[in-house]
Design a protein around this ligand. Sequence first.
Ligand code: ADP
Ligand code: MG
Length: 416
Amino acid sequence: MFSSLRWKLTKAYTIWFLLTFTAILLILFFVFRSILFSIESKELQDLLENEKAAYTDGSVVQEQPYSYYTSFFIPESGKIKIFKKEERLTPAFLHYSKNARKNLEMADLQSADGKKLHVIYGKIPIIENGKKKGELFVVKDISHVHEQTERWFFILFLIGLITGSVSLLIGSKLAGRAIEPVKENYERQKKFVSDASHELRTPLSIFSASLQVMEEEEKERLSPFSAEVLKDLKDEMKHMNSLITNLLTLAKSDSDSISIEKAVFSFSEMTSSVIHQYQMKEKGLRKFRLEGPDDDPCMAETDKTRVKELLYIFLDNAVKYTAKDGEITLRYEPDHRSKHLVIHIIDNGIGISEEDMPFIYDRFFRAEKGRSKKLGGSGLGLSIASGLLHSLDGKIDVNSTPGNGTDFTISLPVLI
Ligand SMILES: Nc1ncnc2c1ncn2[C@@H]1O[C@H](COP(=O)(O)OP(=O)(O)O)[C@@H](O)[C@H]1O
Ligand SMILES: [Mg+2]
């Protein structure tokens, strides 16, 4: 329980860290890209102005500090004029120029020798006498800056991953330390419950035995009122006994010390005897049905006693929460391929309301306290069942419609 809490805390912490880190990295990447774009586009605009001046009034193109650029004029009709040629850049961009729709943009190109080029280009239409003659292009290779940026971000990403792993370790350590006091407290409480239950058992069995003796010896001499009191005492004693047994089971399941003694047995045989017991007990009252494959003994390897305990919890509940003329079905379906046994305990009783559903496995939870008290029980059955299921590696699911009935579905990986 605590290791899963610790793992959850660590996971939450690490996911939070990684998400924040990725968000920061992405924001940084886009900010950096837009800064790069604005610097590069300013330089490109200078170049374009220069080239345009040179083209229109024949002035000399000033010597540019930027080496990797190409400029050319693509006329509406006629031959392309190249002013400055770059070995890789020029043919690659001429090929791309049909797609160049924006006036200023970054683009990825592929040179003839297969190299990836990252460029920024700008274009200006040249208009003479009100007529468009063509477009003047300036393209600058910014691959080196781009590669550098990518490299830096890759390094940052790696640093993030390493930091993430380190924070996972540190987080796990911190989470472990943070839950230590809670764990100690919990262990102490658990020990208290277990010790108290053990201590209570002896006086209770003495009480119980004394009541038995009293009833046997004094039966004839007791007034009707005293006989009633004695009966109530015995009922309460029974209730207390089962409560203490349940508390002990829960204390054991909390410390994962429910012992599982595996043995091979036929599940079909076991359930028929269990259902037979209920049929005998409920004679003339609720109908019990057993549904399973006729010709399959459903050989299982697990702790028979624990599985029986589990069935008793669900069947007792089904009896408790179903009217006297109701019907209870135990259906089991073996899945030999996945070695799972799926068991349904279905009743047509009062059902569980949607509001109560999230709490039915909680300790001491009972829907409609008033009615439940009359029915007996202490709200520990289903929490014990989930502890048992945990020890048996099983799963549970429940479907219920108030007024119509409930279907508890258990899946156990026990078939051989
Ligand atoms: N088959 C069922 N039909 C209707 N309600 C049920 C059924 N099984 C369990 N519940 C509800 O879940 C609660 C918890 O069950 P459980 O832990 O076995 O406690 P208890 O049986 O002592 O009340 C019950 O009080 C009841 O409200
Ligand atoms: Mg119960």
